[in-house]
Design a protein around this ligand. Structure first.
Ligand code: ADP
Length: 481
């Protein structure tokens, strides 16, 4: 049976993206459409999304927000010829802001108002559709209240056939706001509590609401699902997740195999395939030129594309830097984030001209060149719900070095020269020594051409598409109906 799915996300590429959520918000709806479902994605219309590119449906919804009545327009766009996107257009809260969450000064101070409004608007939108959705699929804290609003609507006799799914893309971002923001939610007072309510340690907690009130909760890899019910990676929500029992599971993300395809990628200087890797050498040359690094064929280029934050293991790299640079490789890093890591990387590049290159900023085209031009990809995350870059690197013939956590553990297997199995290099503990050992092994194996080709092929030939995941989501949806 094909389903009618309303897929709600605060990021959908190419309209809005600050991280992996944007990629998933675009690829998963399209993969579900390709299985025959009728999928409509929903996104706020941020200022960066020009109205003139969209169709005005001339429909409006009105939402009560802390005693005010706020109206929004509905605009329409598309992800492909089967997948529509409905944009909630509210100038004061979204349209007049260039970015989804904040600017140079930090998060917008009224993110509570903005996203409480968005959640309520989604429910009003669902109610206004001529064909009510079977599934309301909400993502991350930005949509965490919608499952609760849906539950309350159902108790009032509305949206009776709609079930909700809530997907956690990163448990570290929980959407906490002062308790007084509860006033804006319009929720019954009975939810102003910790147990069975939307409070968590005295704060209004949007992610927790999704965990408690959705029909089913998922996260983006099976390993991360197992890790998040433990205190180390549960960020205080482990108990609530564990309580969900069988209605909490991990479904591995796929990648957009059209956008990330070395055979067709228009953003790299030469295309290549697993059968013919010649173009990869041209990409490598271009990458070294771009970062003004020495062109030494015997010295592998290790690439990184990442937000520069502790989660991604930059503190481990910083601690290991001196020993790391005793090994023979070049390093290119593209990233932006915490100032201390930006400073550290700039300094490292300055101290090692010709060997270390750092580009501080966000640059999609350059991220494709790094994936294609590097020989090895490094992703030593402390935790990683799924991670996309290691999958891009597998597809681009750039074996990844990763820590065995979350989705990294589910997608990268350690190279075993005895069996010829493995597509990268895996280390267990988030320690400089273990990372160093893995880098050392990768650099040494790079010198063994036959082994290296096999590792590359193992990675490039793997199925990383969304099809398998979309089928798993479909099975989950059906189990709720
Ligand atoms: P996260 O969502 O935690 O940042 P993921 O690996 O899941 O990590 O996804 C990151 C996404 O953002 C990838 O598509 C990656 O290519 C992209 N990305 C991250 N930093 C940059 C950057 N500085 N420039 C270009 N793309 C980036």
């Amino acid at each position: 049976m094909t389903l009618n799915i309303l897929f709600v996300s605060s990021e959908i590429t190419p309209f809005a993206k600050t991280g992996g959520l944007g990629d998933v918000g675009s690829a998963l709806p399209r993969a579900l459409s390709s299985l025959g479902h009728k999928v409509t994605a929903v996104l706020p219309r941020y200022g960066s999304i020009p109205k003139k590119a969209l169709e005005n449906t001339h429909r409006q919804i009105t939402v009560a927000l802390g005693g005010e009545s706020i109206t929004a327009g509905i605009f329409k766009g598309a992800l492909d010829d089967k997948t529509d996107v409905l944009f909630i257009d509210q100038p004061e809260l979204f349209g007049n802001r260039p970015n989804p969450y904040g600017d140079d000064k930090g998060d917008y101070p009224d993110n509570d108002r903005r996203f409480i409004f968005f959640n309520r608007a989604v429910i009003e939108l669902a109610k206004s559709l001529s064909n009510a959705p079977d599934i309301l699929h909400c993502n991350d804290w930005q949509c965490g209240l919608a499952p609760l609003y849906l539950k309350l609507e159902r108790e009032r006799g509305n949206l009776q056939k709609t079930a909700s799914v809530f997907t956690i893309h990163n448990l570290a971002y929980q959407g906490h706001f002062p308790k007084k923001s509860f006033r804006l939610t319009g929720l019954p007072k009975s939810f102003l509590k910790m147990n069975g309510g939307v409070l968590h340690h005295g704060k209004l907690a949007a992610l927790k609401s999704g965990i408690l009130f959705a029909g089913a909760v998922t996260t983006v890899s099976p390993t991360y699902a197992r890790e998040t019910i433990l205190p180390e990676l549960g960020f205080g929500l482990e108990g609530f997740l564990e309580k969900r029992g069988g209605s909490f599971c991990g479904i591995l993300n796929g990648i957009d195999t059209d956008e990330w395809n070395p055979e067709k990628d228009p953003l790299i200087p030469q295309n290549y395939s697993a059968k013919n890797l010649a173009g990869k050498a041209a990409c490598r040359k271009e990458l070294l030129k771009r970062f003004e690094l020495e062109d030494n064929l015997a010295r592998p280029v290790i690439g990184m594309v990442s937000r520069l934050i502790e989660q991604k293991g930059f503190d481990i790299i910083e601690a290991a830097a001196d020993d790391l640079l005793k090994l023979d490789f070049s390093l290119v890093v593209l990233g932006a984030g915490q100032k201390e890591y930006e400073t550290f990387l700039r300094k490292l590049a300055k101290e090692h001209p010709g060997r270390v290159g750092a580009e501080i900023g966000y640059d999609n085209a350059l991220s494709h060149l790094v994936e294609a031009g590097a020989d090895i990809f490094l992703m030593p995350s402390r935790f990683e719900p799924c991670g996309l870059n290691q999958m891009y690197s597998l597809r681009y013939g750039t074996p990844p070095i990763v820590r065995a956590t979350g989705g990294l553990n589910d997608t990268v297997t350690d190279w075993n020269p005895a069996t010829g199995e493995g597509n990268g290099f895996v280390f267990e503990k988030p320690s400089p020594d273990e990372m160093l050992e893995a880098v050392d092994r990768a650099v040494a194996t790079f010198g063994k051409q036959d082994e290296w080709r096999k590792i590359i092929r193992n990675g490039m030939n793997a199925d990383l598409s969304w099809q398998a995941s979309a089928r798993e989501y479909t099975a989950l949806y059906h189990s709720l109906l």
